[in-house]
Design a protein around this ligand. Sequence first.
Ligand code: SIN
Length: 294
Amino acid sequence: MDRAAQTMMIRARPGGLGAKITGLDLSAPLAPATLAEVKAAFLRHAVLWFPDQPLTHEALQAFTLQWGQFGRDPYIRPLDSHPHIVEVRRDAGETASVFGGAWHSDWSFEAEPPALTILHAKIIPPQGGDTLFADGRAAWRALSPAFQEMLAPLRARHSATRPYGARGFYAQEKGRTGMTIAPSAEADEVMVHPLVRRHPETGDPALFVNPVYTIGVEGFSADESAALLGFLFAHMTAERFVYRHRWAPNMLTLWDNRCCLHNATGGYDGYERVLHRTTVAGTAPAALKERALN
Ligand code: SIN
């Protein structure tokens, strides 16, 4: 069927996190009214996927720019030909860990972390390789008012040191062949963000901490931070807040880093997996409650 003749269908998952959109051709610019509808669905569902979208690098870049300016992607080498596209590749014979294989929000250690990430699937293994998404808004809403009151003014410390530091995980890991990761001493820098983030477009609160980049809570001892963050990480990634996303070649998926976490799963050793990734620049996370100045 001629794609232009199809009408857009948005099928949301029960529970609100994630929606599938069909009936669009993403290789051409979306009409303003269609783009507005897609953006409204994105703000509501935080993860959108569009099956069956063969896209060139140029079309992926053009689609990305309909959402905002390109984000900055530190520590991973992009395609030489397209500096805003990272190839997320794991070769069939690769023994290194799965890239992105722990719960995180992309580059949350940046002063202005990317608002959203776009991933376009090229080669998908016959088994494994799903991506998990966790809804930080639903996790926030599920907390008691007394606990919310305690968390709302807190600020958390984020850093890339554990994965990307000069002595971090990737600096020590062997066997990576599909991607080039460049650990650096810069990764030891620390950025403080509100622990509960107000979404800049919807105003909705969401928990904004993750086990890869959040290293402590401002003003808390190491033990206190570990206890609170341990609770929050387990709570945020509890099954009732998680959606398991199954990929297919040519599927384009985007997610909102401001209110959800993601985690790439393995289970496909012996098979190749290749996707192309862009990010869209974001803003400095805003607190739910501004702190009193005195
Ligand atoms: C990522 O964290 O950007 C990678 C996600 C994936 O490969 O599924």
